[in-house]
Design a protein around this ligand. Structure first.
Ligand code: ADP
Ligand code: MG
Length: 330
């Protein structure tokens, strides 16, 4: 199977998603996309590298799912609606079954969010998957990191920490297996899904953005809640308090020694939840958007003028935490 046969067989689908935004898809030197008149183009790229972002033996179907999901999560964080994506793929060899399973996971995610594959590049090399998503958003509605305001409520969709716990269980880390049991991953398949098949909060993100001026900053939590919140705080020149009792804690995380539980919650990574700020006047509207999109949303704290992040326990006392987001070169 040559390069072009590979593309044709696995990535150029006859029953392509019908999306008027795609004027020209796979097959020419460029794809042509047509955003709605007056919309801005939102563009984001994420790369997954074997050994860095996934294990060599991960199910290819899950990998296809995750590669697109993490990119769609970036669109969700800006409130953009997907238009299409490109796929740059380096493969050590063209293995039929692997490619078929990878494409299955990829296209299931693409179909679920009406985001067609419009082009890419395919080359031989160490396994590396790079996706660029393109979306559209009305000017002024994208939720930027620098827009948090003093007095804003701080919200989180879903809950953090489970992907990290799953990773530690897969690695056989002592504190994880001692607290949850060595069979925890087999007994709780949903935990592994949190790591391998994240759900981008796209519907909620786009609903949130159209609420308009009362919704301020947003970010998707990929490198840990505390670290990613730090990006908002720094860009906006503000600080924040998180009320620890308001943070949702998954049942399995409750079994962990407190220090590890906090580390999973605040520094876990790979959560792909949305963290956002909004003026208190928007509370009912945020709740309605959450309900309409069946998205669990929790108010976990507030934005304040004093710089830095403070995590407070039930009695309002600061809990010592190290806010270290994941950094590939630290
Ligand atoms: P070029 O020589 O212009 O880079 P290629 O020969 O690499 O074009 O690709 C041929 C067509 O197939 C292009 O339209 C390109 O976008 C598409 N393509 C290549 N690899 C992929 C892929 N992995 N997924 C989707 N489309 C791809
Ligand atoms: Mg090429």
């Amino acid at each position: 199977m040559g390069e072009f046969e590979l593309i044709r067989r696995h990535f150029q689908r006859a029953n392509q998603i019908d999306r008027p935004a795609v004027a020209l898809g796979i097959g020419d030197d460029c794809a042509l996309l047509q955003p709605h008149a007056g919309f801005q183009l939102a563009v984001s790229t994420d790369m997954l590298v074997e050994g860095r972002h996934f294990f060599a033996d991960v199910e290819p179907e899950a990998l296809g799912h995750k590669a697109l999901a993490v990119n769609l999560s970036d669109l969700a964080a800006m409130g953009a609606r997907p238009l299409g994506f490109t796929l740059a793929l380096a493969l050590p060899e063209a293995h039929e079954d692997w490619l078929a399973a990878f494409a299955r996971g990829l296209f299931a995610m693409a179909d679920a969010h009406v985001c067609p594959l419009v082009g890419g590049d395919t080359t031989r090399g160490p396994l590396n998957i790079c996706i660029t998503v393109m979306g559209e958003v009305r000017p002024g509605l994208a939720m930027q990191r620098n827009q948090a305001q003093v007095g804003d409520d701080l919200y989180l969709t879903g809950r953090t920490g489970e992907a990290r716990l799953a990773l530690e269980l897969m690695r056989g880390t002592d504190w994880a297996t001692e607290a949850c049991g060595s069979q925890a991953l087999a007994q709780h398949p949903e935990l592994r899904l949190r790591l391998e098949r994240p759900t981008p909060r796209l519907t909620f993100g786009t609903l949130l953005a159209v609420l308009g001026s009362a919704v301020h900053a947003a970010i998707d939590v990929s490198d840990g809640l505390a670290g990613d919140l730090g990006h908002i705080l720094q860009a906006s020149g503000v600080g924040a308090e998180i009320a620890l009792p308001a943070l949702p804690v998954a049942p399995l995380l409750q079994r962990l020694p407190l220090a590890h539980q906090l580390d999973c919650l605040l520094n876990g990574g790979d959560d792909y939840e949305l963290l956002f700020t909004a003026a208190p006047i928007a509370r009912a509207a945020v709740e309605a958007a959450a309900k309409a999109s069946h998205t669990p949303v929790q108010r976990i704290g507030r934005i304040s003028a004093a710089p830095g992040l403070r995590v407070l326990d039930a009695s309002g006392q600061p809990v010592p935490v190290s806010a270290r987001g994941f950094d590939h070169f630290a």
